[in-house]
Write a protein that binds this ligand. Structure first.
Ligand code: NDP
Length: 377
């Protein structure tokens, strides 16, 4: 994990959190709809407790569909187990819970074992969903989840990228088998390409030389083509599968839409050639929420196994689920691509910290064209 980026020029902006006891944050005290969001100045500051902790003063955060889902309780069963493995028996409560997965900000304190960062460094990160989020003045993460922010971006712009970048890498690289060296001229289809994950993925794949076809609404075609998409299919104009079937087959499909997409999408892959269908929309957390940890995990595992088996047996294509994974070193690579001008932030809307409920309303309306960002400080 090479940390060659200079870390100067920002030390004088450090605040001194050690003298403070509490911070400003947006929290929820129960799961529900927009009414559950509450602003408070009385959340304890998350100080450095472990050798590899990095405490960050948040400048900007961004929202993802996961924040809406988590606000409603999505994934609580599995996430609580990760927050506290004994949660089932010891009456652990996740509330008050802070949402927000992305941050861009400035390091204010580090544990004794932190080697890559120092107070004053400008950093960005995607926060794992089992940790307290970025709609707060301070966040503490381990150094392996943090990365130096691209120098060419403002905090607002930078906050739009980490979570979708880590998710796209997880899907395209770790599940889809693509990388800088192997992507040249590979034919990749991205469904739902006009949102956060899609707009990032188009740019990453184009930076690596892939041929990118996307599905999106007609009014998003200019956006996706501007980011580099070679072909754009309007899913609102007739049968999208029919339109895609007229095209050459694909090596990898990244599905951001889910539902019945997989029923026709797997047919679009090159048969018996190692082609992969990767979806970000899986039932794992829904199953554990509705059936409990054991039954839910078993049910999801069986579903995945059956679908993977059917696809490999019938046409030799791989069927996979992908999940966001925290990964600072990946963000280092993304930072270099951003500073090289290969990846641009796509900020659709920006809200002040006082308007976090309005930012959630924006997200709830759907039809994202990139990301919704909140200026925290
Ligand atoms: P966004 O909400 O940012 O984007 C979704 C986009 O899809 C919108 O631009 C929407 O625009 C478009 N869209 C909706 N329906 C269709 C359709 N039928 N065909 C083509 N485009 C469509 O979501 P993200 O990009 O952040 O995430 C994508 C999906 O991946 C979400 O379901 C999210 O929950 C999931 N996800 C899963 C993760 C995991 O760990 N498994 C991590 C991150 C995301 P319009 O409606 O105007 O067409």
């Amino acid at each position: 994990w090479s940390k060659t980026l200079a870390r100067t020029g920002c030390r004088n902006v450090c605040s001194s959190p050690s003298r403070l006891q509490s911070m400003s944050a947006w929290v929820i005290d129960q799961y529900g709809s927009s009414g559950v969001l509450r602003h408070t100045e009385e959340i304890p500051i998350p100080t450095v407790n472990f050798a590899h902790d990095v405490m960050i003063n948040v400048s900007a955060a961004s929202l993802n569909p996961l924040d809406l889902n988590m606000r409603g309780g999505y994934g609580a069963t599995l996430l609580n187990l990760r927050r506290d493995p004994l949660s089932v028996v010891n009456g652990f409560s996740e509330f008050p819970l802070i949402l927000g997965r992305d941050l861009s900000g400035v390091v204010v304190d580090c544990g004794s074992g932190v080697t890559h960062f120092a107070p004053g460094d400008e950093v960005w990160a995607a926060i794992p969903p089992w940790k307290q989020g970025s709609l707060a003045e301070y966040v503490t993460l381990t150094e392996y989840e943090v990365s130096c922010k691209p120098k060419s971006l403002s905090h607002i712009e930078a906050a739009s990228i980490p979570y979708v970048a880590n998710t796209a890498f997880s899907a395209l690289v770790y599940a889809g088998g693509l990388c800088r060296e192997s992507s040249l001229n590979k034919r990749v289809l991205i469904t739902g390409a006009s949102g956060g994950v899609g707009t990032f993925s188009i740019q990453l794949l184009k930076a690596w030389g892939a041929h990118v076809t996307v599905t999106c609404s007609q009014n998003a075609e200019g956006l996706v083509r501007g980011l580099g998409a070679d072909e754009a299919v309007d899913y609102t104009a007739g049968d999208v599968a029919e339109q895609l079937e007229m095209m050459e087959r694909f090596d990898v499909i990244l599905d951001n839409v889910g539902g019945d997409t997989e029923e026709w999408a797997t047919r679009l892959l090159k048969p018996w050639s190692g082609a992969k269908y990767v979806t970000l929309v899986s039932p794992l957390l829904l199953n554990t929420d509705s059936m409990g940890l054991l039954d839910g995990s078993l049910h999801a595992g069986l579903t995945l196994h059956n679908k993977a088996f059917q696809n490999i047996a019938s046409s030799g294509v791989f069927y996979r689920w992908a999940f966001y994974a925290p990964d600072g070193p990946t963000l280092d690579e993304v930072s270099r691509l951003v500073d090289a001008g290969k990846i641009l932030p796509v900020v659709e809307a920006q809200f002040p910290f006082s308007q976090v409920p309005q930012a959630f309303q924006k997200l709830e309306q759907g039809h994202a064209r990139g990301k919704t960002v909140v200026e925290v400080a």
